[in-house]
Design a protein around this ligand. Structure first.
Ligand SMILES: Cc1cc2nc3c(=O)[nH]c(=O)nc-3n(C[C@H](O)[C@H](O)[C@H](O)COP(=O)(O)OP(=O)(O)OC[C@H]3O[C@@H](n4cnc5c(N)ncnc54)[C@H](O)[C@@H]3O)c2cc1C
Length: 303
């Protein structure tokens, strides 16, 4: 079987790997990406799932959490200015209809949202505004915790040790927080739906922050949707990578990591081909799959 060599081999070409690969290629490294599926982009995919010309996001849709990343915030790779990636923040954010025919509209304009909430409860409108203000006070600590690897920023119980009210809220479930804070059943239902957006069980202890964090993000920037669908992000990245001279090989499943003298020096695909790296191997394959691709002892005792 053949051997292919590049400076950097990237195993798995989801959007995170594409971003890392583009930075490496921009820094002058020869990059080669491998993906098991016929197309790169992973769970950022827009596909014709039903009829021709009807495009669906088959997994992710809202590109919200990635917005503070310099790749988008500062357009470091030119994805927006050169490669045509464009985001919109839909207003209204959401319009929901309840079984009894009542409805609720969530607007990007805060005053308009407060007016809408006060149709149900003036007290809930005040609670909503207060919740946003209070969450803004802890946003730096939450941001540091969320955007750093474990061990590189204090955990929330340490960062918020001087704010017992927040510790209590975070330890509660989102369900308990919302039921306690809001009196209107309509508001409770709507906010619980928002809190559930990351598919974390909202009745689990420890999910209390979701009652604040998700809706604060929505109120600030709606859903942040790429025009044309989720697949527009990998499309722009692939165009960028092509200009940077990177190679993307799809339809090749990585089954083994090549480990020499304690270092990963390449990968093997299921057809037996070896892909060797002169400088580094990078992977965004889920760690549960990756761990079986090298002998257990290669991971070290504390892995
Ligand atoms: C249904 C659903 C809805 C979601 N909605 C949202 C949302 O609205 N907003 C949001 O922010 N997030 C959402 N997410 C989460 C988000 O999609 C993921 O966090 C994100 O796509 C992860 O990107 P990634 O590049 O790290 O990995 P992935 O997108 O998982 O990419 C991994 C890549 O590795 C490849 N691969 C895997 N194993 C191998 C192998 N052995 N050999 C070669 N290649 C391999 C895969 O084919 C894939 O292309 C959603 C996820 C799902 C499943």
């Amino acid at each position: 079987m053949g051997v292919t060599t590049a400076d950097v081999i990237v195993a798995g070409a989801g959007h995170n790997a594409l971003i890392a690969a583009a930075y490496l290629a921009k820094a002058g490294h020869e990059v080669l990406l491998l993906d098991a599926r016929p197309n790169a982009g992973g769970a950022a995919a827009t596909e014709e799932l039903t009829l021709p010309s009807f495009h669906f996001d088959s997994c992710s849709t809202g590109h919200t959490l990635i917005q503070p990343n310099p790749v988008l915030r500062d357009d470091e790779l030119g994805l927006k200015s050169v490669y045509g990636l464009e985001y919109v923040s839909p207003d209204p954010i959401a319009h929901v209809v309840f079984p009894d025919g009542e409805s609720f509209t969530h607007w990007l304009d805060l005053d308009r949202t407060l007016e809408e909430i006060s149709r149900f409860s003036q007290r809930d409108a005040e609670t909503y505004r207060r919740g946003l203000d209070e969450f803004a006070e802890i946003r730096p600590q939450v941001g540091a915790y969320r955007f750093n690897p474990i061990g590189y920023a204090p955990p929330l119980d340490v960062a918020l040790a001087d704010r017992p009210r927040w510790l209590r809220r975070i330890a509660s479930s989102a369900y308990d927080v919302i039921r306690r804070e809001y009196e209107s059943r309509y508001l409770q239902s709507y906010l619980l739906w928002q809190a559930f957006q990351t598919a974390q069980p909202v009745d689990s202890p420890g999910s209390g922050l979701l009652a604040y964090s998700i809706v604060a993000g929505r109120q600030a920037q709606s859903w942040t949707l790429p025009l044309g669908g989720s697949g527009e992000l990998p499309r722009a990245l692939l165009d960028c990578l092509a200009d940077l001279g990177a190679t993307i090989v799809c339809g090749r499943r990585v089954v083994e990591l090549v480990v020499e003298d304690g270092r990963c020096t390449g990968v093997v695909t299921e057809d037996g081909e070896r892909w060797l790296a002169r400088k580094a191997v990078l992977s965004s394959i889920h760690v549960k799959s990756l761990v079986d691709m090298a002998p257990r002892e290669a991971w070290g005792d504390d892995f």
